[in-house]
Design a protein around this ligand. Sequence first.
Ligand code: CU
Length: 463
Amino acid sequence: MISRRDFFKGAGAVAVSAAAVSKAGAATLPEAMTMDNADTHVPPLPSNGRPFNPVVTLNGWSLPWRMNNGVKEFHLIAEPVVREMAPGMKANLWGYNGQSPGPTIEVVEGDRVRIFVTNKLPEHTSVHWHGQRLPNGMDGVTGLTQPGIAPGKTFVYEFVARRPGTFMYHPHADEMTQMAMGMMGFWVTHPKDHTQFAVDRDFVFLLNAYDIDPGSYTPKTNTMLDFNLWTFNSRVFPGIDSMPVRQGDKVRIRVGNLTMTNHPVHIHGHEFFVTGTDGGWTPPASRWPEVTTDIAVGQMRAIEFVATDPGDWAFHCHKSHHTMNAMGHNVPTMIGVDHRGIAEKINKIVPEYMTMGDKGGAMGGMQMALPENTLPMMTGEGPFGGVDMGGMFTVVKVRKDQKRGDYTDPGWYKHPPGTQAYEWTGALPEPARKYTAGGQSMPALNPPDVELTVRKPSGHSGH
Ligand SMILES: [Cu+2]
């Protein structure tokens, strides 16, 4: 739930006249709304200010504002937060206004924006408005354009949102620690004309990553590459909300990357165009259709597609290790290795021990005993059993009967008869086999009694 913890009386959904606020509020800070859970919220935003089509932040929310003499005022609180990353696991992070990532800030091109930033962290911070055109002194780089905001202090940033598009915010102060702890948020500047670039659904989220040892709660901030939790908005599958859309909807998904590596995001069943980048909207003539687009560190991308085909369509990062949750990476590949004897011996010492994957890694049907506060590597349950993935994975749910503006999860897709893969139970012909370039047939894995046929390579016997 959104809650108000400061003095301000005007309810977010109720229009408060600018004059009334400016008298009462001139000497005060704007209210600091806070969020205490990680569901996707479609909150009613204040009806003052110019109209726009709001975005929906996956497992997040948009920050309400107040108008003060024509200036749109927001109040961000940098503070320690507890983030549920998926049911069963909580993390001690740093964020803004009760959550990590912080709330999405939505403004309209040409808005004069004033952001109060209060620091409730144990060390100094600042906020950099990533991608914005603004006066240099508002750019938020500690030591370069301002002193750090000391613990307990509040700074004011003020600028005109000059360019419509997709932006982020994050500290430029001890950023290795502060970003590894989850300090970041999304920013959308809507076009002055709200019919321009209009879509039916506009989802936003950040790519971020954490290294939290199983059984612990706080990220290891010195990790450079080997993170174990790859997240959309500090959530992992199955904790990431789905993206429900109505069949025929024009859908936009905006993604920003504040991890330490690139992420090729991939959609099933539809092609999209990259319509927006870090620098704004792409000229239509420059676009080409894709099903995967790579998002480099520090980049933002907006992709768009028409949701023509009903179903539950996976949407995920295509690096296979990024659709996994906490795991060790020093595990040897055991596919094809018969280790029945080994497991029995180890079980005498470690009764809970389960060998990893002699038939592959799929764990859909079984889960190892886990330490407190961690997640299985590959978790979420689908309608047909375990989805062998975790991490950066969610589902675009395209439904004919999803109501306009309705973001409630419609449940699992019911496949019409004859449109689903099924088991073949008839006779099987001999499978065609192919010889490799070396002329040796591929041996079966761990063959008990297969005779290898070795042929002399032909055609290269000399001149
Ligand atoms: Cu990735």
